[in-house]
Design a protein around this ligand. Structure first.
Ligand code: ATP
Ligand code: MG
Length: 251
């Protein structure tokens, strides 16, 4: 149990010996990690730590150099389409059809995922209300602020009813009030809906607020897996975490 939330023992994501090289450069180095059903797992690390590369391998969008990724027991490298059905992915720079309305964008995503228009319309209305966008259902996405785009992005990943959602630096460029709105939604999706969430960020304060457990990344390596209770002891930025766990030395 973390807080009042039951945490399953079932692993939704299993990474074994996962490595990605670009030429002689090692972007992700022998990563071993299991993420449990229902937890909000943070990928925390500075620029270039390997967070996005790890996410792309989870999704089957980047092929590992070696090692394996299982998502809901499915191998992402060999069965990326099956994984895509299970996982909602919000990339750091989410793209919409800016000339289409919020509703049209969601209906388009639904159609790509084989959901009928009638079912999708009801779901889209419900989701837009949930993310606080019911007043702009028929507004073009191109007119949305960054915070509204990220909330539309959340609705967009939820329309196919995923079991896991992967959010890559989802709060970047949002004003502080918007960040809090977004975080509230993420917590609700975990606590009420039981979704498994991967939340990537370089901001310690955010993962402290959102995550049950955090993987600390640097230079392509997973330095530590930290429970929320330990994460709260860290007073300042990432340097403090590195110092606390490894005496400031790279490992
Ligand atoms: N397609 C690529 N070709 C060559 N190098 C890459 C490629 N993609 C990522 N890298 C390198 O791999 C390293 C890890 O990048 P990654 O995007 O995973 O980092 P990150 O933790 O997501 O940080 P940030 O989001 O700030 O970039 C970086 O040094 C990056 O330059
Ligand atoms: Mg990144």
């Amino acid at each position: 149990m973390v807080g009042d939330k039951p945490m399953g023992e079932e692993h939704m994501i299993e990474l074994s010996g996962l490595t990605k090289n670009y030429g002689s450069f090692v972007a992700v180095d022998n990563l071993n990690l299991n993420i449990r059903k229902g937890e909000i797992f943070g990928l925390l690390g500075p620029n270039g730590a390997g967070k996005s590369t790890t996410i792309l391998m989870m999704l089957g969008l980047t092929e590992p150099t070696s090692g394996t990724v299982l998502v809901c027991g499915i191998n992402s490298t060999t069965h990326p389409i099956d994984v895509k059905r299970k996982v909602g992915y919000l990339p750091e720079d989410v793209g919409f059809y800016d000339d289409m309305t919020a509703m049209e964008n969601l209906l388009y995503t639904a159609a790509l995922n084989g959901i009928t228009r009638k079912e999708a319309r009801e779901d889209a209305l419900r989701l837009l209300e949930r993310v606080g966008l019911s007043h702009v259902v028929d507004k073009k996405a191109g007119k949305f602020s960054r915070g509204m785009r990220q909330r539309l992005g959340l609705a967009d990943v939820l329309i196919k009813k995923p079991e896991v959602i992967i959010l890559d630096e989802p709060t970047s460029g949002i004003d502080p009030a918007g960040v809090q709105d977004f975080i509230r939604l993420v917590l609700e999706l975990s606590h009420k809906d039981g979704l498994t969430v991967i939340f990537s960020s370089h901001i310690l304060a955010q993962v402290q607020q959102v995550c049950d457990r955090v993987g600390l990344f640097n230079n392509g390596r997973l330095l530590a897996e930290i429970e929320l209770s330990d994460l709260h002891k860290v007073p300042h930025g990432l340097d403090d975490i590195y110092n606390q766990y490894y005496g400031g030395k790279e490992v």
